[in-house]
Design a protein. Sequence first.
Length: 213
Amino acid sequence: MIVGITTRYVNSKYEERDCISHDWFEFFRKINVKLILIPNNLLDPISYVKDVGVERLLLTGGDSLGITNLNRKSNGNKTKRDITEEKLLNWSVKFKIPVLGVCRGIQMINVFFGGSITRNLDKKIKDENHRSCKHIVIIENGKKISVNSFHEDGLLENQINDNLQIFAKSPNGVVEGLKHKKKPIIGVQWHPERKWANKKFDSFLIKHWLNKK
């Protein structure tokens, strides 16, 4: 299995860079999945992922989205990463490539389909912490699990596009898990690859995504 994985964009004083956490490689090495990094400066990222044989697309965390609605007529504050991931999502939808969005990735999925995001979530949700912590998430069947949390922006229930279905949320209604109603696209707000991960549920989630057709 070859998974195309998106990267963080860093514009330093002397150069533009892409980077990725080693955690992802350690995570997938255990299940014999090969990761292919997708740079943010490609003129044609679709030809790139086709040439290297990408079978799944993973939208990773890190970086805030440049804008909150990709359907605006103006590009506004779209970053190079926004543009790259938008092209990749268009490709994945057209060719039914299964997608997993993590943290920023779930936000990108919702915005791509016409939803929106909330900046600085802690100013809207006073009784929950979502930065560098663990908290409870309620799965659609009513089961409660503990997950890690490393995000400033987030999704509220009234911001979710109608094409998407919520399958996990925090007690105060912050959206933690989404799936497309018809397409093989899943998103979670937590990090399966990081510390404090819920190994049992995340293992089920990853296997489900890798086995999607």
